[in-house]
Design a protein around this ligand. Structure first.
Ligand code: HSC
Ligand code: NAD
Length: 701
């Protein structure tokens, strides 16, 4: 649908409505239509004032992002010029905003003389989240309207703000309780009748004058955002453009904004962030679980096990406003788990991010119990007991007895077979994996694991539950480690081999951090604790294929009782009460000894070798997963890695990044590494096929 801008006359007021479902996006066609309608209203002598509103669900979600991948068509209408025309109009122009005004949509509103909004509206400039900046005057009008510092927060923060906040900040003039469009028409008519000077954002000087002589605002802001903006180009470009409000005349600054907008739009970072935006929406689309699939309502939940994960899951559920009953195996474990939940909430209150009243309300939704029967009424129960198959089976058999027949039973297992767990119940179609990531109350990812018999209704319900919990649910299939951890093993394994060949943990961690992940594999292992995976490795040892290379370094570290941060030592050592990893000569010696034992002559490993050696195998594993149908799309894998492991969004996830590197390059490198280092590095058949066809993962059906 190219969309349209409708023109209605209400006596002497022209009502222009943006109409381009689903979000009234400003496609090229829409911009042209807006320009024409504005010109029509300005030319029509009977029109004394103009109202701009949106059709259906919202005012406008901004420029049509789908069009960003291609160059503008010849003669394309130029939005900044149209907005200048709106602002310069001698006839009053009132924006009547409902639903959402985002990006270019917000910029349309900023060009109007008055902004009225309905209750419940969300407004903002989220361009930065797409790796670009407001390109239609937003970096110039917003600071003039609300002041430099507030505008920096709005533009660099990229959030959509509730109307109350927008009102307080000053980019909405009034929240209208009654009929928005009628009120806007009346206001526009009155403004025309009054003939009072119109408020044009680009002409306002008060805030700029207040900021003159304080150039440090910008550097202070850059420093403040450095941690969150690490690696991203767009936040810095936003600050630079806002800074031009003080250093360039308006027209020149607008030209500059446009040039920077184009540069960013064509960058790999923006392509990656746009991919992330669409991939996050694609994950909800499951071919054999169509939109019309019935969804069970979830009014209450249960959690079994109140340890690290169970406690976090219970908090997530309570935070979403649902009552949750938490079952433990002993009063001591229950008290300990509940105390940790209380402590976590209290820490958030002390940081000022939660009020005491909110904490009390959330805690009141969590009911601790030792009695299975208390889970009888729950619509969904999530199990998070120890990672032992016999125990999980026993728990599921018990749940099957006490839970109502239509209740969904979910397991948070990270490695076990969901089908084996489902088989312990009489309702395998209502059993599913819900693999949360630690800390479960913070991390946004849920890998929802579909068993062989999980029903479409169960899948649809749990995908909806993920959304309700404020998480991104990605549907995956059953395999060892599911999608995320299976790929993580592939990467970590190579990192360990690099240690044997000559690298040190701090070198690998630094290179991975500089690539953009929040931390490298060894800091991550120390944070998570080394003992759990050690236990898993010991259990798997009898089945370990002898022909595949195995690094004993991690086992040796565990044998010394070094389990990571919690024991003050792991891959690094830690000072009392500190989380700062300190490289440890004892570990260097341990690694060198392993190299010597294995007869490996240590060599200098260059930083440049580390990314291909660690991350290409990760991508290779992703290719196998895709080929095996365990993830629906390459984009789903990207979403898992961005939300579960902090893979940098400006790289779009590992599969998108791989496409940018080029699958030919990755395949050739994998083939060479396979020859040099053996079986673990055999290129995936899908990688080979795509490389030979000159295609990318995005082209896999
Ligand atoms: C921009 O505006 C740049 C400006 O500065 C203008 C520059 C002008 C050029 C100057 C030249 C010099 N485009 O999220 P939902 C699709 S950049 C295309 O589930 P909700 C979405 O993919 C833009 N498609 O809905 C989905 O499609 P599907 C800045 C868009 O109600 C469907 O719409 N704006 C789209 O939960 C429903 O989406 C933003 O960053 C778009 N802009 O939330 C806002 N927006 O059904 C991005 C959505 O096929 N959008 N779609 O899967 C959002 O944040 C949310 O969609 C809303 C609605 C809050 C708008
Ligand atoms: P944990 O040891 O911290 O907690 C397990 C809790 O289960 C303990 O409090 C224990 O008392 C309780 N429990 C044991 N048997 C029980 C029973 N029969 N009935 C009720 N409660 C019982 O373990 P965790 O790290 O929270 O892991 C729980 C599950 O989540 C495991 O399956 C694990 O693989 C998975 N998981 C863990 C992580 C992680 O990072 N820790 C991440 C994802 C998934």
């Amino acid at each position: 649908m190219p969309g349209s801008v409708t023109f209605e006359r209400h006596d002497d007021v022209a009502l222009l409505r943006l109409d381009n479902p689903p979000v009234n996006g400003l496609s090229f066609a829409m911009r042209a239509a807006l320009g024409e309608r504005v010109a029509q209203a300005l030319a029509d002598e009977a029109v004394k004032a103009i109202v701009i509103a949106g059709a259906d669900r919202m005012f406008c979600g901004g420029a049509d992002i789908r069009e960003f991948s291609a160059p503008p068509p010849p003669g394309a209408a130029h939005l900044p010029a149209i907005l200048d025309e709106i602002e310069a109009s001698p006839k009053p122009v009132v924006a009547a905003i409902h639903g959402v005004a985002a990006g270019g949509g917000m910029e349309v509103a900023l060009a109007c003389h008055v902004r009225l909004a309905a209750p419940g509206t969300r407004l903002g400039l989220p361009e930065v989240t797409l790796g670009i900046l407001p390109g239609a005057g937003g970096t110039q009008r917003m600071p003039r309207l609300i002041g430099i510092e507030k505008a920096l927060d709005v533009i660099v923060g990229g959030k959509l703000h509730p109307v109350e906040k927008a009102l307080a900040l000053g980019f909405v003039d009034e929240c209208v309780e009654g009929d928005l469009v009628e009120t806007a028409i009346a206001r526009a008519r009155r403004l025309a009748a009054d003939g009072a000077p119109l408020r044009r954002a680009s002409k306002l000087t008060e805030h700029l004058e207040a900021a003159l002589g304080r150039p440090e605002i910008f550097d202070d802001f850059r420093k403040k955002m450095a941690k969150r903006a690490r690696g991203f180009d767009a936040p810095y470009a936003c600050v630079d453009c806002v800074e031009t409000t003080l250093t360039m005349p308006y027209a020149e600054a607008l030209k500059n904004e446009r040039a920077v907008f184009h540069r960013l739009r064509e960058s790999d970072q923006s392509a990656a962030q746009r991919h992330a935006f669409f991939a996050e929406r694609e994950v909800a689309k499951i071919p054999d679980v169509p939109k019309a699939t019935p969804v069970r309502s979830i009014a209450s939940a249960g959690v079994v096990g109140c340890g690290t994960m169970g406690g976090g899951i219970a908090m997530s559920i309570a935070n979403a406003g649902l009552p949750v009953t938490v079952l433990e195996s002993s009063p001591e474990a229950l008290d300990r788990g509940m105390a940790i939940i209380r402590r976590n909430y209290a820490a958030t209150v002390s940081k000022g991010r939660l009020s005491q009243a909110q904490m009390d309300a959330r805690l009141a939704r969590i009911t601790p119990t030792l009695d299975d029967a208390d889970l009888g009424a729950a619509d969904v129960v999530i199990e998070a007991v120890f990672e032992e198959l016999p125990l999980k089976k026993e728990v599921f058999a018990r749940l099957d007895l006490v839970c109502k027949p239509e209740a969904i039973l979910a397991t948070n297992t990270s490695t076990l077979d969901v089908d084996a767990i489902a088989a312990a119940t009489s309702r395998p179609e209502r059993v599913i994996g819900t693999h949360f990531f630690s800390p479960a109350n913070v991390m946004k990812l849920m890998e929802n694991v579909r068993g062989a018999r999980t029903s479409p209704e169960t899948i649809a319900t749990v995908m909806k539950l993920s959304k309700k919990l404020g998480k991104v649910g990605v549907l995956v299939g059953v395999c060892d480690g599911f999608v995320g951890n299976r790929m993580l093993y592939a990467y970590r394994r190579q990192a360990d081999f690099l240690l044997e060949e000559g690298a040190l943990p701090e070198q690998i961690d630094r290179v991975i951090y500089d690539f953009g992940l929040p931390m490298g594999p060894y800091q991550m292992a120390d944070l998570a604790g080394l003992d759990v995976s050690w236990r898993v490795r010991k259990a798997q040892a009898p089945n370990r294929p002898a022909h595949l290379r195995y690094s004993p370094i991690a086992d040796r570290i565990c044998e010394q009782g070094r389990y990571g941060q919690k024991t003050g030592a792991g891959w690094y050592r830690y000072e009392e009460g500190s989380r700062l990893p300190i490289p440890d000569p004892a570990i260097h010696e341990l690694i060198a000894n392993v190299s010597a034992e294995l007869g490996i002559e240590r060599r200098a490993i260059s930083d440049d070798e580390i990314i291909p050696r660690c991350l290409y195998p990760l991508v290779n594993e992703g290719a196998k997963i895709l080929d095996e149908g365990l993830a629906l799309r390459a984009g789903d894998i990207d979403v898992i890695w961005m939300h579960g492991y902090g893979f940098p969004r400006y790289r779009g996830g590992p599969m998108f990044w791989a496409d940018l590197v080029g699958l030919r390059t990755i395949y050739d490198t994998m083939s060479r590494l396979h020859d040099e280092h053996g079986e673990w590095l055999a290129p995936a058949p899908l990688l080979k096929r795509l490389a030979e066809q000159g295609k990318g993962f995005r082209e896999v059906d």
